[in-house]
Design a protein around this ligand. Sequence first.
Ligand code: NAD
Ligand code: IPM
Ligand code: MN
Length: 368
Amino acid sequence: MSNPSLLILPGDGIGPEVMAEVRKVIDWYGANRDLTFDVSEDLVGGAAYDAHGTPLHDDTMAKAQEVDAVLLGAVGGPKYDVLDFSVKPERGLLRLRKEMDLFSNLRPAQCFDALADFSSLKKDVVAGLDIMIVRELTSGIYFGEPRGIFEEGNERVGINTQRYTESEIARVARSAFELARKRGNKVCSMEKANVMESGILWRDVVTEIHQAEYADVELSHMYADAGAMQLCRWPKQFDVIVTDNLFGDLLSDAAAMLTGSLGMLPSASLGAPMANGRPKALYEPVHGSAPDIAGQGKANPIACVLSFAMALRYSFDQGAEADRLEAAVEKVLADGARTADLLGEEGASAISTSQMGDAIVAALTASL
Ligand code: NAD
Ligand code: IPM
Ligand code: MN
């Protein structure tokens, strides 16, 4: 049997810095757990634009379709803000999501005990938190037509369209219900059915799928604005949250701060199963390229490392090894290792990106 294949796209800003630490973890699995990946690396985002004049080369897109899983760092940066919209770094990422049809974006927010004091919320509100946001990722206002900036009379008008079909809602709802069955068996669906037709359809379809196929799972509905408030007030009321592309983008950044830092939150973007039974998959941290700290060795690599743990779990059936990696991260944090983002303003005893990676690898070795 050939080794599972991984395409690594480090991207821009802190992307290459955090990905270098994930490479250490991947190498550790090859050397210690007989788990060797065929790793190839390529460009995405601004890095691809600099080399090819496009944020995602067709050859890279084709490779992404062939491998067992893609691991992405981050894209974007101020240098590229002036580019035409069609070649902005973010378009490279959106093309990957769309063409791989990665409709189900899992964004877990777990609060490690060692960080409960660091959250901007009170400790008892976040301690032990373990929720999963399932964000629809291939449709909605991110992709709906018409879109553009048009002339209307003597001024311009900017237009984006929120559009969801029943089948798009149904498939992401199913993935949320399936996940809930393996967790706390609760799903809360969020939309704005009070002001948006697409929200009314969303609520209808989620309710139909629930009644027909998942009546054993507890389902509730919330308007997304109230959901944002409840996430800050008492996040532990949730198990799985399912929501659309734009609300999911906002709610998952908010959820990230419950865990202490955006540098902690991983994600998995999953599509339909491929011929080998594995889902089409891309794994990436929720955070971006963090231009304000790029190149300084300050970035927290944990979100990217935990994204690789999700790859072990969801692409490679290595749940026990994913547990091992998550436990290694937990141990390192419990031992007091902190990158600057986990220390607040003082930043006194911060360790570097690569020191954090080394500590995680050492904890993996200690787990043997
Ligand atoms: P960002 O996530 O890059 O940064 C927000 C804040 O969080 C910054 O202060 C940053 O320093 C901090 N931060 C983020 N990740 C961190 C980490 N691992 N360790 C320590 N601190 C971390 O979001 P932004 O500033 O709004 O966006 C910057 C660029 O990244 C933009 O071009 C944006 O489009 C892009 N972006 C890309 C992705 C992606 O590739 N998936 C996601 C979000 C934003
Ligand atoms: C994310 C990011 C992306 C999004 C951008 C970079 C396209 O914010 O993954 O959360 O808006 O989906
Ligand atoms: Mn986002």
